[in-house]
Design a protein around this ligand. Sequence first.
Ligand SMILES: Nc1ncnc2c1ncn2[C@@H]1O[C@H](COP(=O)(O)OP(=O)(O)O)[C@@H](O)[C@H]1O
Ligand SMILES: [Mg+2]
Length: 310
Amino acid sequence: MSNSQEPVVSLRNVTKRIGRRTIIDNLSFDVPQGEIFGFLGPNGAGKTTTIRMMVGLMSITNGEILIKGRNIKTEFEQAIRHVGAIVENPEMYKFMSGYHNLIHYARMASGVTKERIREVVELVKLEDRIHDKVRRYSLGMRQRLGVAQAMLHRPSLLILDEPTNGLDPAGIRELRDYLRYLTREEGITVIVSSHLLSEMELMCDRVAVLMHGKLVDVKGIHEFIGSNTTGQTYLIEASPAEAALAALHSFDGVEAKAVPEGVEVVTDRDRIPGILNYLMQKNIDIYGVRAMRQSLEDRFLEMTGGERVG
Ligand SMILES: Nc1ncnc2c1ncn2[C@@H]1O[C@H](COP(=O)(O)OP(=O)(O)O)[C@@H](O)[C@H]1O
Ligand SMILES: [Mg+2]
């Protein structure tokens, strides 16, 4: 992606050491304006630590972080002005309405008007429920209220740490839609973290893969998904699943394992008709076949030359 503008965020050789441990190791990347950028990595990879340094909640051992050209260490006020963030689960007063929570936060920021509150409520599509108590909100609605709160002071960069945690697929789709809306309509830049490739894939333009505090790769999400070199994984919904698994174990060139929905096989596409025919001959019922994306773990194994995650 070419962009002649100054990046909204720049990390330059950022390192974090705690005691003798290096938690983040020489991390560098840029995020241009209007992008939805993902941090992807297993638990403990260093996503939250990186975000905490970006918003000044944790000191940086070495290197620098610039937000709109301002150094978060030496020009904190000017840098943080551009940032809205949800680092841990947003703290909400559950006994108050969503609206009163926003009023409460608006008092702590300067220059937030009632009109702006109305705007952010509309932005996250909470108009119908904003006067309900937060304790009656679904997790997805609480997330949206959190985003509304983070957006109150019109940041140009929104940072959300694991925003899809606990959301159902509908909630994830909603989140994706309004993050898209924010980037397209408001020119906001978004950084989200996740340990799930499948979610990053739907949400992000580019993804930085972190492992053990190191940047493994930064890629456009499509390059990422399209680059698998091993055989494709297919899910065969078959019943009885044990019989299908037993049958497939005697099939050459096919790796099979049991999953809750049936059997997962790794093979080439042109083998699929033969496999299905064979299963049907064995009186196994087939309810569906789906091509699966490679799992995050598989991609990590490929990118890191076989080093296990977690
Ligand atoms: N305050 C801290 N003191 C010591 N170790 C920490 C601290 N915060 C995080 N870590 C360690 O840093 C590593 C990265 O953690 P974290 O950034 O939370 O990862 P992620 O968000 O990707 O799951 C983990 O091994 C974690 O145990
Ligand atoms: Mg984390």
